[in-house]
Write a protein that binds this ligand. Structure first.
Ligand code: NAG
Ligand code: NAG
Length: 175
């Protein structure tokens, strides 16, 4: 009898704690923090080099669109800090949406042309994708400088950029 009541009490306690944790999980809104950086592509090559510069005060926007009918499910804007970094907090789960961080505006008149490749970056804002934690890193976004820096040739040579470029051009002309 004593043993049966201990089991009953234990069972009851387990039920309560699991229903409490379920209730808590459902009531707590899901939150994501998206971090990324905006840089100036000072060599006009569509990727970061060691001469790329962080842009502070650049405006980026986060937009999520319903994948089925394209209507916006989330929109916000943010500005980069002194190191070119931004941090956007979003509440909710956007598993049914496509979410992108995109460049809006550069404060630098000499570097305000968005790169083709990195004008926007996809972020996945759902707990159902197997990524744990609230923090999501977006690929860095770049504006292109109007005139490349004089040091670019040297840096790009060190990176093997011209060799690869010539190979690709040769392949394109003599396939
Ligand atoms: C997205 O749009 C579809 C079609 O109208 C709708 O059924 C669905 O509920 C929408 N999802 C969200 C998250 O708004
Ligand atoms: C898309 O679906 C959502 C949710 O059903 C609805 O509120 C919205 O008006 C729809 N948008 C368009 C463009 O059909």
């Amino acid at each position: 009898m004593a043993r049966a009541s201990v089991i009953a009490i234990l069972f009851f306690a387990v039920c309560i704690s699991s229903s409490l944790s379920l209730g808590y999980g459902a009531a707590k809104p899901r939150k994501f923090i998206i971090e990324g950086r905006v840089y100036c592509d000072t060599c006009r090559v569509e990727f970061e080099t060691k001469l790329s510069e962080s842009i502070s005060g650049a405006v980026v926007k986060l937009e999520c669109r319903n994948r089925t009918n394209g209507s916006y499910t989330y929109r916000s804007q943010d500005m980069t800090d002194g190191n070119g970094n931004y941090k956007i907090e979003v509440e909710g789960d956007y598993g049914d949406s496509d979410c992108d961080v995109a460049l809006v505006k550069s404060p630098r008149p000499d570097c305000n042309d968005p790169t083709q490749e990195w004008r926007k970056a996809r972020v996945v804002l759902t707990a159902l994708d197997g990524i744990s934690g609230d923090l999501r890193f977006a690929n860095n976004l770049g504006f292109k400088k109007k005139v490349a820096l004089p040091g670019c040739k040297q840096v790009l040579t060190e990176m093997g950029y011209f060799e690869v470029k010539h190979e690709l051009e040769d392949e394109a002309t003599n396939p």
